[in-house]
Design a protein around this ligand. Structure first.
Ligand SMILES: Cc1ncc(COP(=O)(O)O)c(C=O)c1O
Length: 463
């Protein structure tokens, strides 16, 4: 599963023993520090005697703290989080540096050269995300959108990308207003409700098939394994099987691991559940395909949209509590969704955990099969009432909550809400992906569920 050897800076070639000794002759305290540094991973060709090199150390010796047999909650706490080799610090060091001194020309120490290419704090995050997704490789980017752009660059002019037709507005914007002008075309298909849509749309130009499940903002669920089977039977662009990409932002790896269901690349806006505290912008992907990893790592370095080490630290810190948070987000969202189903002034409710009644989710059975948790995201449309239109009530509702803050984004510990048509999905206005102006999206936080329900109900009453 996890090939730690691929994570981190490029492998250093031709290291001789004791390169530091050749350039410094320290004494006293400094000598002691250098001696300790000299047994740091990657500094010598010989493993320190007291280290278990088989379990969680890559060939360069980067000590990543991962045992792939661990379960998700353990991987979340320990993946990429081994105590600092130098000091034993249990929190990951933030390597706030742009470059690394080399021991000789062409001999970067431990493989670290330049921080766009690789940074130890980022390597820990990349290792953590790979471990959580059950992948061989991970890569981190400056944002979810930068991750999207790097993956989209796997398609060349003349090739085509088939995407699910309910997705983040910024993904649509990138494909329609950046990539289309560069000769990469995109088509959007209902892969949630129509099993045959993909089979009919695949051509010999198809390079990528792109899913978002659960989708933003309608919480549609797509059968990843079924799509993977269809993609696997098809010969697309370059005479190859198309690459299956899954945006796992809404589910998080605690709920769903698309690679295990046949996807080739899984990615996240790490800004959301992975970071979990609405305090940083970041993105990450994972893949087990060596060929895709090599190309994407090249693109990461060539395009250069990498996260800073402090942002990586924040996401790593968030990931440690991911299991607990996702459980609580899901339980709270289920409670809020149930409170909404009991209201006769709610016209539409989208939540994958609602299995029966007027608002039963059409793919509830698939969601239960494919996801461990039904997630923290809900969307709904109020019904018209007291002479007010659904759109007007949606706006009044969003302006009338006291705990739910009116803000874009999702996945943080605090509850947020928004009107996608005018906020996160402004870019899809007037397109095939158009969103009703009456739709409200809730990101249910980890507060006390009774307070959240009371807040939603009082805002609905007043809307
Ligand atoms: C599902 C999904 N994917 C990707 C993105 C883009 O992520 P970022 O805002 O980190 O660029 C978002 C942002 O809201 C999103 O919701």
């Amino acid at each position: 599963m996890f090939d730690a050897g691929r994570i981190g800076g490029r492998r250093a070639e031709g290291r001789g023993g004791g390169p530091l000794a050749a350039i410094v002759r320290p004494t006293g305290f400094v000598a002691e520090q250098v001696r300790r540094w000299a047994i740091l991973p990657g500094m010598t060709d010989q493993a320190p005697p007291d280290r278990d090199t088989d379990r969680d150390t890559d060939p360069d010796g980067h000590h990543l703290g991962i045992d792939p047999s661990w379960r998700p909650a353990t991987l979340a706490v320990h993946g990429g989080m081994a105590p600092d080799e130098l000091t034993g610090a249990v929190a990951p060091p933030i390597y706030q540096t742009s470059t690394f001194m080399q021991d000789a020309v062409g001999q970067p120490r431990g493989g670290w050269e330049y921080a766009r290419t690789g940074n130890p704090t980022r390597a820990r995050l990349e290792a953590s995300v790979a471990a959580l997704e059950g992948a061989a490789h991970g890569l981190a980017f400056a944002s979810g959108s930068a991750t999207t752009a790097a993956i989209a660059a796997l398609a060349l002019p003349g090739e085509e990308v088939l995407l699910s037709d309910d997705l983040y507005g910024g993904t649509f914007r990138l494909f329609e207003r950046v990539l289309r002008d560069m000769g990469v075309t995109a088509r959007y298909l209902d892969m949630a409700a129509d099993d045959s849509a993909l089979a009919k749309a695949l051509t010999d130009r198809t390079r990528l098939v792109w899913l978002e499940t659960p989708s933003n903002p309608h919480l549609e669920i797509i059968d990843i394994a079924a799509v993977a089977a269809q993609v696997g039977r098809h010969v697309g662009a370059r005479g190859e099987r198309p690459i299956l990409v899954c945006d796992n932002t809404f589910a998080s790896p605690m709920s769903q691991q698309p690679l295990g269901l046949g996807a080739d690349i899984v990615f996240h806006s790490a800004t959301k559940y992975l970071a979990g505290h609405s305090d940083t912008i970041c993105g990450a992907l994972a893949t087990s395909r060596d060929d895709l990893f090599e190309r994407l790592k090249f693109l990461q370095n060539a395009i250069g949209a990498v996260p800073g080490p402090f942002d990586c630290f924040l996401v790593l810190r968030g990931i440690r509590t991911l299991e607990l948070r996702v459980e609580r987000h899901s339980a709270n969202a289920m409670a809020v969704a149930q409170a909404l189903t009991a209201r006769d002034d709610v016209a539409v409710l989208n939540y994958p955990g609602v299995v029966d009644g007027r608002h039963a989710h059409p793919q509830a059975a698939l969601a239960a099969r494919q996801m461990r948790h039904s997630g923290g995201m809900i969307s709904f449309e109020p019904a018209a009432r007291d002479g007010r239109s659904p759109e007007e009530r949606a706006r009044r509702f969003c302006e009338g909550t006291r705990i739910f803050a009116l803000a874009e984004s999702l996945g943080g510990v605090e509850s947020l809400l928004e009107v996608p048509a005018t906020m996160t999905h402004g870019a899809v206005a007037g397109s095939q992906l158009d969103v009703s102006p009456a739709l409200v999206r809730l990101s249910v936080g980890i507060e006390d569920p009774a307070d959240l329900i009371a807040d939603v109900l009082q805002a609905l009453d007043r809307a």
